[in-house]
Ligand binder design. Structure first.
Ligand code: SF4
Length: 485
């Protein structure tokens, strides 16, 4: 992955454990890849919430002393990514509210497609928002008075929100997990001893020695309290499923299992399938680490062509380093990946990655290989071309910046200066997961958006909000981000 689209969040929650905050910390640590800009944990001791959140990576936000003060046997935690404009502590999660129903905390992974509309309606009725994230809308809806008890309030709230969401909700005495009816984002149930755990990915369960019970089903609400776990289906009529296939391609960690399918095996199989569909005579297969590792291995296994880690990744590259002067051209690219030149000299090389989003970085990689003496450079991509943006919580660039939305495969090959370029087919990608195509969202590949959205409506509402409320530059940037999504 060259342009590194970002995910919006990782979730972890635990009920009934004496070290709830500490285990949540480790759970978030395992989910750090799903969000690197802020982290937070809130605990409940049955009467009182204790919250700590901050900007930065999980170990930067929490110290031993902070965790020690987060007392209580119930906890939920969150790691968040946002673009610069919305990177504020006020938007860090979990969000909490103290309302007529008591205290409620929420942590959200995904993106609501009717957020601007709902927010406008709530503001018109007098709601005052503290943040600019759409997760707060859910909190406001849940805090509103309604008939029929708390479970009914939650169901009514879920039936008003649209889009992609996996949620963790904590009340003083409960831990609740929810997946949207399409099941866009993952959420798994685990157990450690007698304690239930909810986590975005199973790699977080592994770290704390929890065993996987099952995934939360699309549209399901699981409520965990002193009586154990009970389940409610909030959308009994919903049949279409739309799990984000990009979780298998890139986002989820390869050591996670989703829908009973190993992400690692799915990625290796994508590489095998790519080799069957788009073979090429070559001497060497090399991945772009780490995103291309599994698919390159599969390509090598299928073809019998040797696999070498010719690009070496520097794992200690932070987000901010001094901007390079003209003295060191390609600094940004080389600082992350360095090439072992003697491995590729005089070789016909196949370089494998999981996607080309903008193409600029990949072009430099191809040139690195040619300058190092590679005789031919063939580029293979283990998913189809990305031609559409994502409105469900993955930070893809605007369509105008998506390479494959604007150029043919031949044009991209020419731009990259590659000897050949080929992508995995949509059918091949689905086949590699071992799951039926009807269960996936593939909108960024085929433009078929399972949940409709109205970018114009969002644009108009947000412009009105800016005019009426006189909100500043930070919100404008936030809105730009909303439009990008
Ligand atoms: Fe995932 Fe792409 Fe669908 Fe977004 S549009 S949810 S990235 S498959």
């Amino acid at each position: 992955m060259q342009a590194y689209p970002k995910h919006y969040c990782g979730l972890f929650g635990i009920y009934g454990h004496p070290n709830a905050a500490e285990l949540t910390y480790y759970g978030l640590y395992a989910l750090q890849h799903r969000g690197q800009e802020s982290a937070g944990i809130v605990t409940s001791d049955g009467k009182q919430f204790r919250l700590h959140k901050g900007m930065g990576l999980v170990p930067q936000v929490f110290t031993g002393e902070i965790l020690h003060n987060l007392v209580g046997p119930i906890a939920i935690g969150h790691t968040r990514y946002s673009t610069t404009g919305s990177s504020h502590l006020r938007n860090a999660q979990p969000l909490t509210v103290d309302c007529g129903r008591g205290q409620i905390a929420i942590a959200h992974n995904g993106n609501l497609t009717n957020a601007a509309k709902l927010r406008g309606e709530l503001e018109a009725k007098g709601s005052i928002f503290q943040t600019t994230v759409d997760s707060e809308i859910i909190l406001h809806l849940m805090a509103q008075p309604s008939l029929g008890g708390e479970e009914n309030t939650l169901i009514q709230t879920l039936r008003r929100i649209e889009g992609a969401y996996s949620l963790l909700i904590m009340t003083e005495n409960e831990l609740i997990g929810v997946r949207d009816p399409f099941g866009f984002r993952p959420l798994s149930i685990g157990k450690v001893g007698d304690s239930y755990v909810l986590a975005s990915e199973t790699c977080a369960l592994d770290l704390i020695h929890a065993t996987l019970v099952r995934d939360v089903e699309p549209g399901e609400i699981v409520i965990i309290d002193k009586n154990g776990l009970r389940s409610i289906q909030a959308f009994p009529q919903q049949t279409r499923r739309s799990f984000c296939i990009f979780e298998y391609v890139y986002f989820a960690r390869p050591d996670s299992t989703i829908n009973n399918r190993s992400v690692y095996k799915a990625r290796v199989e994508m590489g095998r399938q790519l080799a069957r569909e788009k073979p090429v005579a070559a001497d060497l297969i090399i991945p772009v680490p780490d995103s291309g590792n599994c698919a390159a291995l599969g390509y090598s296994m299928e073809t019998g062509i040797p696999y070498e880690m010719a690009f070496v990744r520097n794992h200690y590259v932070g987000r901010s380093f001094l901007q390079p002067s003209q003295l060191i051209r390609d600094f940004n690219v080389r600082v992350k990946l360095n090439l072992i030149e003697e491995l590729v000299k005089d070789k016909r090389v196949v370089v494998v990655d999981d996607s080309i989003v903008r193409g600029t970085t990949f072009k430099t990689r191809v040139n690195n290989l040619k300058q190092a003496g590679a005789r031919e450079v063939h580029v293979r991509v283990s998913c189809p071309p990305h031609r559409y943006s994502c409105v469900y919580g993955i930070d893809f660039p605007d369509r105008s910046k998506l390479m494959a939305a604007n150029y043919t495969v031949e044009e991209i090959q020419k731009y990259l200066n590659a000897d050949s370029l080929a992508y995995l087919s949509v059918d091949g990608m689905v086949k590699a997961t071992g799951l039926p195509a009807e269960g996936f969202c593939m909108a960024c590949y085929d433009g078929n958006y399972p949940v409709p959205f109205d970018p114009l409506l969002d644009k108009n509402i947000n412009e009105r909000r800016r005019r009426v409320l006189g909100l500043g530059e930070a919100l404008e940037k936030e809105e730009r981000q909303i439009k990008l999504l």
